[in-house]
Design a protein around this ligand. Sequence first.
Ligand code: FES
Length: 81
Amino acid sequence: MLELCVCIGSSCHIKGSYNVIQTFQQLIEEEALHDKITFKSSFCQKQCQHPGVAVSVDGIIHQVSTEKAKEFFITQVITKV
Ligand code: FES
């Protein structure tokens, strides 16, 4: 089970975490990945200084912009499930 976690702290919220979550949820639905991905949200992951929303994949933190959320999911998430 892959753990995918999107930061919903205030800084990431401003950077578009809601849109990133929507994109990920849609892709999990489309690809029927509910039983392969644990999808969570978290408070601040202490990455506010970086551009993009903090997203962790099995504990490894990445920076994801709303525009790149789909591409990120395809390259960094689907490939690991
Ligand atoms: S609010 Fe997301 S890393 Fe700080």
